[in-house]
Design a protein around this ligand. Structure first.
Ligand code: AMP
Length: 138
């Protein structure tokens, strides 16, 4: 689905790029959680990570690990969050897959914790089985 990122990638509207590769680019987020908040964006126009081509998916790990280092080096932050909002129900506003690399500082109160709850009786084993089957189905 075409989005604001399509227009930035096409050069129709400005973006501040950190790198521009064949399959992936990195852009400064225009409303950063902290300065140095970067978006890693595939050139392929797909909403969901799993819909990207195999070659684009395969490059992600290298770019992502390298970007966590670049953000730490450039900002001096001791830690980063890597966030993927993979669908609107997960908070995705721009329907073009992208990963956030967010600098984090001690006591910055930018973090979040999921309100976790333990599994009920037998539910952990059932869910593990379902996940193993789903994983094997691909
Ligand atoms: P998400 O909620 O995961 O879809 O995140 C979308 C991100 O894109 C937000 O953090 C926005 O601040 C960022 N964003 C939206 N428009 C632009 C833009 N023109 N340039 C850079 N970042 C943008």
């Amino acid at each position: 689905m075409a989005s604001i990122f399509t227009r930035i990638l096409a050069g129709e509207i400005p973006g501040t790029f950190v790198f521009q590769g064949e399959r992936w680019v990195a852009l400064l987020d225009i409303r950063p959680a902290h300065p140095g908040h970067v978006l890693l964006i595939p050139r392929e126009e797909r909403q969901y990570l799993a819909d990207l081509s195999g070659s684009t998916q395969a490059e992600l790990g290298l770019h992502l690990a390298r970007m966590t280092l670049a953000v730490k080096r450039a900002t001096g932050c001791p830690a980063v969050n890597v966030v993927l909002n993979d669908g609107p129900e997960a908070g995705q506003e721009v329907p073009h897959a992208h990963l956030h690399v967010v600098p984090r500082w001690p006591g910055d109160h930018k973090g979040f914790r999921f309100a976790g709850a333990p599994y009920g009786n037998g539910q952990l084993a059932t869910m593990a089985e379902r996940l193993r089957a789903a994983w094997a189905a691909d």
